[in-house]
Design a protein around this ligand. Structure first.
Ligand SMILES: Cc1cc2nc3c(=O)[nH]c(=O)nc-3n(C[C@H](O)[C@H](O)[C@H](O)COP(=O)(O)O)c2cc1C
Length: 512
């Protein structure tokens, strides 16, 4: 495979490929949605407590949540357990036709839950330093290593300040087979979407508690692989999220090789494209990670220059100014309650939603993700809204400009077309609004290499997770992530989006 551009091209969905698809799911060989070690000790590091009462709408809003720079530095065992629970834990078990079905904090394609969270911790009053794997079902942690290995991560991240000073860094991974069982070669995309929704929750809970937290994409992969004792043919690290600050690791210990035995319940089928795409985007050492990060423009103005990140400044289309509600008037539903009640609505009425509700959801969710490449801002994505039923806004295709909180009209759309674009899922056209995050993959790979593709998919995944939270912060709204026919979406939004391809789709409205 040439590079991430080819991976993206080869994994596009088209109507023809859908109609000719002969693949059938093998339910006798379905992997379980969590990792089981043969003989690692498991330990409780604390209790799940209610996260801070901060409204979800404030917690997801980078412009007010203090982005990466929350002041609170410390993390105790309860805070760590709570953070992992509300990001990747089992938050409810529902009866579905007589069967008990477990649901997780964050939405995941196919409900396959292939993302795991590891915590690399320093010594704290109530918890020993170590490298731990969070078990979503018990809220306890498997002990992979004892001792303070944070310096290894700091080194791998080229000395990035967040990682270098955090008392705890969470590492998100994907076990490819657990998603590839259904999605095959598409799993490399899904790895970033589904870790993105987990990280959206993680950032929201950390920021709600006033803690610094950001997404770090620039790190050398092999040292992280070795530290976690995983085999990247099976499971690859995707992102680091340092949480808290002011607690630098003092040394970089030797990392002995470990190979913890994992109990398999199914026979993994290899999809080499997935591992190859991940492997092609690895960074070799900390210096390379730092150099990669340096390639990003230092400020938003430089980033917005045409062609740099492949995004579009406002054009001369008709503008619709949006008026999101202020923090005092907005829904005050706390982040913990929002995560617990979150679902994925399957049906929508055609009833319209208020323009201010719509404006509030997009305003809070799309205010920028704090990363090691840029702190908030538009990042590498543009947002397009297909509006079907919002009070006072004519149905149509629009570009949403977060900087000026306005929609710019691009053309017409209709519910039937919207359902067709979403891989023929008519429910998407039933929703009031569809939000597409789009990236110029050619420009990103050209400028930032294959790692730039990881960034675009992950930013879109985090924002999808934030759209979920901002939607479910409201009593009468529901939403869901969806897949799509890539090139048809580009065509529908062209000429504006002719250089771009969709990363994610979120639809929301009034649930039926
Ligand atoms: C990135 C993403 C894409 C998704 N795509 C689809 C889709 O195309 N069709 C669909 O019915 N559900 C889709 N889903 C919804 C998941 O199937 C749903 O989240 C999962 O069943 C778990 O249920 P929950 O969200 O209620 O926890 C998607 C979810 C995510 C995160």
């Amino acid at each position: 495979m040439a590079d991430a551009r080819e991976y993206h091209e080869r994994t596009k969905h088209t109507p023809r490929q859908f109609s000719e698809m002969e693949f059938e799911l093998d339910f006798d060989n379905q992997p379980r949605p969590s990792k089981v070690y043969a003989d690692l000790p498991r330990r409780s590091l604390g209790a799940v407590v209610d996260p801070a009462e901060t409204p979800a709408l404030s917690a997801v809003d980078t412009s007010t949540a203090g982005s990466a720079g929350g002041a609170r530095t410390s993390m105790d065992g309860d805070a760590l357990t709570t953070l992992c629970h509300y990001s990747n834990g089992v938050t409810k078990t529902l009866d579905r036709g007589g069967q008990q079905v477990a649901f997780r904090a964050a939405s995941c394609t196919g409900k396959l839950y292939h993302v795991d969270c590891y915590a690399v911790c320093g010594d704290r009053e109530d918890t020993d330093a170590g490298v731990y794997q969070y078990d979503p079902e018990s809220d306890a942690f498997h002990v992979l290593r004892e001792g303070d290995y944070r310096g290894v991560l700091a080194d791998a991240a080229g000395g990035q300040t967040g990682v270098a000073e955090a008392p705890v860094t969470i590492v998100a991974t994907s076990t490819w087979w657990r998603n590839a069982w259904k999605y095959r070669d598409r799993t490399y995309r899904h790895a970033f979407w589904d870790s993105g929704t987990v990280l959206a929750n993680l950032l929201a809970v950390a920021h709600a508690g006033g803690r610094r937290a950001e997404v770090v994409l620039g790190f050398a992969d092999d040292p992280v692989v070795d530290l976690l004792g995983v085999d990247p043919e099976d499971e690859g690290p995707l992102a680091l999220v340092p949480v808290g600050g002011d607690d630098p690791a003092t040394d970089v210990p030797e990392v002995d090789s470990i190979d913890p035995e994992v109990v398999l319940d199914s026979d993994p089928v290899d999809y080499p494209l997935v591992h190859d795409a991940w492997d092609q985007s690895t960074l070799l050492e900390g210096d390379a990670a730092a150099a990669w990060r340096e390639r990003f423009p230092a400020d938003d103005a430089a980033a917005d220059a045409p062609g740099v990140l492949g995004t579009h400044a406002p054009g001369d289309g008709e503008r619709v100014e949006l008026d999101p509600v202020d923090a005092e008037t907005a829904s005050a539903r706390p982040v913990g309650n929002t995560i617990r009640r979150r679902g994925s609505s399957r049906e929508y009425t055609h009833e319209s939603i208020s323009d201010r509700l719509f404006a509030t959801v997009v305003d809070r969710s799309l205010a920028g993700v704090p990363t090691d490449c840029f702190d908030g801002g538009d990042g590498v994505l543009d947002y397009y809204c297909l509006v079907h039923a919002v009070d006072g806004i004519e149905s149509g295709a629009y570009q949403y400009h977060p900087g000026s909180t306005c929609l710019e009209r691009l053309g017409d759309t209709d519910r039937e077309t919207a359902g067709h674009l979403a891989a023929g899922q008519s429910v998407v056209g039933d929703a009031a609004v569809n939000v597409y995050a789009m990236a110029d993959v050619d420009a990103l790979v050209e400028r930032f290499g294959n790692r730039g593709y990881r960034l675009a998919q992950l930013q879109a995944g985090v924002e999808l997770g934030r759209l979920y939270l901002a939607t479910y912060a409201h009593r009468r709204l529901g939403g869901r992530g969806f897949t799509f026919f890539d090139d048809l979406v580009t065509e529908h939004l062209s000429p504006r989006a002719s250089n771009q391809t969709p990363m994610t789709l979120f639809a929301f409205g009034r649930p039926a």
